[in-house]
Design a protein around this ligand. Structure first.
Ligand SMILES: C[S@@+](CC[C@H](N)C(=O)[O-])C[C@H]1O[C@@H](n2cnc3c(N)ncnc32)[C@H](O)[C@@H]1O
Length: 201
């Protein structure tokens, strides 16, 4: 593995239309979560690595103040166009989730195929970024991709790794295997975490 994810890697994939992750719809697990929890207190949601914005639009359509961030300008452009075409309100920013400061602290962060897209050596930075962008008692909802792949993207992970990385700072509220896109059935695990007010590291 090399640092090929640096630079314009993602933008070049959008420009080449080499986007196998682009399913034309929001994560089925997210859609079901929002339908099953219609009474959730509304607030601000951050979707890092939002791509063309399907998940951002699902949160916006459910009444949340939805924000999407991505490092690829083409993704942000498409996300804005598709959100306007859908008649929904959401905001998008060209930001590096791992490096940039948040515009404010969010009530929710929704993870879907960013953790598996970054270099695994940057995963500690990812956890630090979630802590930087989330309110002290905020929710971190993740659709994790449990594949064995060590070369990627996508790079695999395990439930064990996720517990080790997140449980020191987050309390696990719930976990389940969601409905998925057909090629990911049985390979995803949803984890709903709430950030601990007092971190034990
Ligand atoms: C596999 S794609 C998934 C896109 C979207 N979540 C989806 O499921 O359709 C990964 C996305 O993360 C973006 N990305 C990669 N590294 C990022 C970073 N450090 N900050 C923000 N976005 C990033 C890429 O540009 C790409 O759009």
């Amino acid at each position: 593995m090399n640092r090929s994810l640096d630079g314009n890697y993602w933008e070049e994939r959008y420009q080449a239309q080499d986007m196998p992750w682009e399913k034309g719809e929001a994560s089925p697990g997210l859609v079901d979560f929002l339908a099953a929890h219609a009474g959730l207190k509304r607030g601000a949601v951050c979707v890092p690595g939002c791509g063309t914005g399907h998940d951002v639009r699902a949160w916006a359509g459910a009444g949340f103040d939805a924000f999407g961030y991505d490092i690829a300008p083409s993704a942000i452009q498409l996300a804005k166009e598709r959100t306007a075409a859908a008649g929904l309100k959401a905001r998008f920013g060209l930001d590096d989730f791992l490096k940039d400061p948040p515009p404010f602290l969010f009530d929710w962060i929704f993870e879907h195929t960013l953790f598996c897209a970054i270099d695994p050596r940057d995963r500690e930075d990812y956890v630090r970024a979630v802590l930087r962008w989330l309110k002290p008692d905020g929710n971190y909802l993740a659709v994790n991709y449990l594949i064995p792949d060590e070369t990627g993207p996508p790079f695999g992970t395990t439930r064990e790794e996720l517990m080790k990385r997140f449980s020191p700072q987050f309390e696990l509220l719930s976990e389940w295997v969601p409905r998925s896109y057909s090629n990911r059935t049985g390979l995803e695990l949803m984890l709903w975490w709430r950030r601990r007010k007092a971190e034990h590291r």
